[in-house]
Design a protein around this ligand. Structure first.
Ligand SMILES: Cc1cc2nc3c(=O)[nH]c(=O)nc-3n(C[C@H](O)[C@H](O)[C@H](O)COP(=O)(O)OP(=O)(O)OC[C@H]3O[C@@H](n4cnc5c(N)ncnc54)[C@H](O)[C@@H]3O)c2cc1C
Length: 402
């Protein structure tokens, strides 16, 4: 079977388009199949860490994006009993690529990155939904796509990349996707004229979920609510009123949000978490949320998708040099590189995500981190430029809870 592309990327989110850009620049032929049309929205709190900005700069997208969002200086966290920490990237003790991150609407970010992939030479097929995988000699060899008119066709490729998000069809067809805890659901909206926003993302943790407020520029705030899936059932058919009612339960949010200021409908995403048991297979690999999505609290999914794209782009050209099916062993370096790049961060992310189940302990940790001047370090780790071992060591952990 002859392949019409070296690589088929399924999904034109940040992971898929970053990979397509890097591979097209390396001289590979790349097709992206995306079920939506740009610009499109995505349920996301829309903040990018300083490390994510480094990758955007490498893609050549950063200078155009900076004026379209708002600078992000760090994160404030308010615990369930009112303890508060204020972490600044610039004070984290390690020099980030830039001292600020960026908050920017996904409608803008994703469309710009998709345009960048096309400018680099990738072919973008919008309104093309991947339904199934094709196989040749036991290896994935492309996918069956359905276009907006309902017509199906096969796209043959030597490597197929699942960058198709939390509900990845590629991961499910490969049989690798595993649902896991915590099972939470996110609700996200844009509101105008939210008072008292600072240049940092605000996270408010309650006993039944958390809320995030974030200035995304142009007078708009991104407002997110994440609750356990069992509680989210009460939102069926009334997402908007559920959203505003639930947000009023957070003392630091109460009275600041008015339904009349809603400028975009409430988007719902979840339940998460999901994780692929294997991120490579013969002829295929997984990237971004399709590979791993735990919980959005630490706001790192976009950075992980961009960074994962860099790791995949570093090994795919060599893997494709050998003729014939690209066996999983030729992609093993990607698996290993992901572990090296992400294992520490996954541990920190899970420590925070599970820590929220213990409100008294969470509050205590927040209060101690602030009092002992350690908040900046933790926020630097969540900002992806301070190594995770700065937090994952007995000294830091003891200072956090004792
Ligand atoms: C409530 C919430 C808040 C979040 N906040 C943040 C935050 O502040 N900062 C942060 O960094 N991350 C955040 N995240 C996580 C972030 O949104 C994701 O990690 C990130 O979008 C992953 O990028 P991706 O490229 O892997 O996938 P996605 O961005 O999900 O892109 C996947 C693409 O694949 C397409 N697709 C899906 N199925 C198919 C198919 N069958 N065929 C063709 N195309 C398909 C989709 O249309 C989409 O365009 C948040 C997530 C949630 C749910």
């Amino acid at each position: 079977m002859s392949a019409e592309s070296d690589v088929l990327v399924v999904g034109a989110g940040p992971g898929g388009t970053a990979l397509a850009t890097l591979l097209a620049r390396a001289g590979l032929s790349v097709t992206i199949a995306e079920r939506a049309t740009f610009p499109r929205d995505k349920a996301c709190s829309e903040y990018l860490s300083p490390e994510a900005l480094r990758v955007l700069d490498r893609l050549g997208a950063l200078d155009d994006l900076l004026p379209l969002g708002a600078p992000l200086h760090g994160t404030t966290v308010t615990g369930p009993r009112g303890a508060r920490l204020d972490g600044a990237f610039a004070a984290a003790g390690h020099a980030p690529f830039r001292p600020t991150g960026l908050s920017i609407a996904r409608r803008i970010l994703d469309a710009r990155l998709a345009a960048g992939a096309v400018a680099a030479g990738a072919t973008l097929l919008e309104r093309h939904t991947v339904e199934d995988l094709l196989y040749d000699r036991g290896a994935v060899a492309g996918a069956v796509v359905r276009n907006a008119g309902g017509a199906r066709r096969s796209i043959h490729a030597r490597v197929t990349v699942g960058a198709d998000g939390l509900r990845s069809v590629v991961a499910r067809r490969l049989g690798t996707q595993r649902r896991s805890h915590p099972r939470r659901v996110g609700f996200v909206a844009h509101l105008a004229d939210v008072p008292d926003l600072s240049g940092s993302a605000e996270m408010h943790v309650g006993t039944e979920g958390y809320a995030g407020l974030n200035d995304i520029g142009a007078g708009l705030a991104n407002v997110a609510l994440v609750v356990p899936a069992a509680r989210a059932r009460a939102a069926a058919g009334r997402a908007e009123s559920f959203f505003f009612d639930a947000l009023e339960c957070f003392p630091g949010v109460r009275g600041r949000l008015r339904p009349a200021d809603l400028v975009r409908r409430v988007l719902v995403s979840g339940p998460f978490a999901a994780r692929a048991s294997r991120v490579t297979a013969d002829g295929a690999l997984l990237l971004g949320d399709a590979a791993d999505f735990f919980d959005p609290f630490t706001g790192e999914g976009i950075c992980a998708a961009l960074r994962g794209a860099e790791l995949a782009a570093a090994i795919l050209p060599a893997a494709l040099e050998v003729p014939g099916p690209v066996r999983a062993r030729r992609l093993a370096a990607y698996r290993a590189a992901r572990r090296r790049a992400f294992a520490g961060k996954w541990a920190v992310e899970r420590m925070i995500g599970y820590g929220m189940w213990f409100p008294r302990l969470f509050d205590r940790a927040v209060a101690r981190l602030e009092r002992r001047g350690l908040a900046h370090t933790l926020i630097g780790v969540t900002g992806d430029f301070v190594p995770a071992h700065a937090v994952l060591n007995p000294w830091f952990l003891a200072r956090m809870v004792l």
